[in-house]
Design a binder for this molecule. Structure first.
Ligand code: COA
Length: 420
């Protein structure tokens, strides 16, 4: 076998800072360490979100997450993420109006939604629909920052409508048109479930959305930034991000948490044996672990309290407005208590903490959100962060194009197909 060491010849066409002039003519970058999974690598600088993974702290534009959760709304945090500062009263009011005005989706996109096969995951429907929405955006091929912000606002406003419509189409339920009078969280809940939530439910729902709105350069945001860094467009960035978020190692974990609880664990006494058998089989337990946090994920802490409040209120637990819950409620113990047992077990035995997806699952279930809409809901919230990151990336763009160390053979001899 004619095999040679991988090297980069320093010919004139390769003469640049990356390449060594000296023998053995290895590319300087090829001699560098490989960072599998880009663990610990900073790809750029940002002023959007700060995470302290050791202390378990999270800030959006310098504001601690818990302050925003307690005092703000989805719309205000979206403004903060996109424009970098909190809005004045009048800025806030016109931003709210813009979001409301953009809630409807084009008839042609609705027609496409109706044509999709049944039993498709809602997140796949969303990914495909956001891609389709790009073809109807009035700003079209205007790639200025102002147009990008307008496109971003349209995407953020339309995602809940796409999700609610696709969910109801798939379930043969009548469509509920967006309302002009309700807040983003309230309208989103209303279109999905058909019920206008009371103030308590709206507030819980809004808090859950805020917890998911940004998280620095997580995998989906990275995808979004990579896509726009090629000077592609905002819709392509968000479509890439949705496709990335879908995976169970990222935003797809929340649905798996709930499916495990409803379909496998069911009773408190089963929680530890279930977790032990997963670990013995070297399987991951969804909703635990994080690339950046080595302690409590601050979002999980907030969502844990929301879940605790919801599941300790008998009036709420008795009347969870969801068909899936109706089906399971006789066989299932209190979901918050099951999650607490798993948390205690994972921290004590593995020193691995719950992440955002673990407690959001129980909280959303208590609010009557169908499990199939958990990952899409993550996307609906995170859309604000993706838009902010796309705009930041383009404000000082550098094509994101890392290297991949080739470790295969070279100079192999081509063999004609008849001789193989
Ligand atoms: N269940 C069981 N073990 C876990 C675990 C989990 N949820 N998360 C991490 N671990 C273990 C790994 O098995 C590994 O152990 P080892 O060193 O003995 O092989 C170690 O902890 C490090 O995990 P690793 O997967 O290499 O870390 P990562 O930084 O690459 O991955 C996640 C981070 C989030 C992908 C990972 O924790 C995971 O898969 N979690 C479950 C999916 C999930 O909840 N995703 C949502 C994230 S917000």
């Amino acid at each position: 076998m004619n095999k040679r060491t991988i090297s980069c010849e320093t010919t004139d066409s390769f003469a640049c800072d990356d390449y060594n002039e000296e023998e053995p003519k290895m590319c300087k970058l090829d001699q560098a360490k490989t960072y599998k999974g880009l663990v610990g690598i900073y790809v750029d600088e940002s002023t959007i979100t700060y995470i302290d993974g050791l202390k378990g702290e999270l800030y959006y534009r310098g504001y601690p997450l818990h302050d925003l959760v307690n005092n703000s709304s989805f719309e205000e945090v979206a403004y903060l993420l996109i424009y970098g500062r909190l809005p004045t009263k009048s800025e806030f009011s016109s931003f709210q109006d813009e979001l409301i005005k953009e809630r409807n989706i084009p008839d042609n996109v609705l027609t496409i939604l109706k044509s999709f096969p049944r039993n498709t995951t809602r997140i796949e429907l969303l990914r495909t629909s956001v891609s389709a929405l790009s073809l109807y955006d009035p700003d079209d091929y205007d790639f200025s920052e102002e147009a990008n912000i307008r496109k971003g606002i349209r995407i953020i406003a339309k995602i809940p409508t796409v999700l609610a419509f696709s969910h109801r189409i798939q379930g043969n339920l009548p469509l509920i048109e967006p309302s002009d009078d309700l807040s983003h969280a309230c309208n989103y809940y209303f279109m999905m479930t058909g019920e206008v939530p009371n103030n308590e439910f709206t507030r819980y729902f809004d808090k859950i959305l805020i917890c998911h709105m940004d998280h620095s350069i997580n995998s989906s945001t990275f995808s979004c930034r990579v896509t726009v860094s090629t000077l592609s467009d905002m819709y392509s960035g968000i479509t890439s991000a949705i496709g990335t978020l879908r995976g169970p190692l990222h935003g797809g974990a929340n649905e798996r948490v709930m499916n495990s609880i409803l379909g496998e664990i069911k009773k408190k006494d089963n929680a530890i044996p279930w977790a032990k058998s997963k670990l013995e089989n070297k399987e991951k337990i969804m909703g635990f672990g994080h690339r950046v946090y080595k302690t409590w994920d601050p979002r999980a802490k907030i969502l844990r309290e929301i879940s605790r409040e919801l599941w300790s209120n008998p009036e709420i637990v008795e009347k969870i407005p969801d068909l899936q819950h109706e089906e399971h409620k006789e066989d299932i113990d209190n979901i918050f208590e099951i999650t607490e047992i798993l948390t205690d077990f994972m921290i004590k035995t593995k020193n691995i903490y719950p992440n955002v997806d673990f407690y959001s699952a129980g909280a959303l279930h208590a609010l009557g959100i169908p499990t199939s809409l958990f990952t899409p809901l993550f996307a609906a919230s995170r859309s604000a962060g993706w838009v902010a990151h796309a705009i930041e990336q383009l404000s000082d763009n550098k094509l994101i194009r890392p290297r991949l160390r080739y470790i295969g053979e070279l100079d192999k001899k081509y063999v004609n197909v008849d001789e193989r």
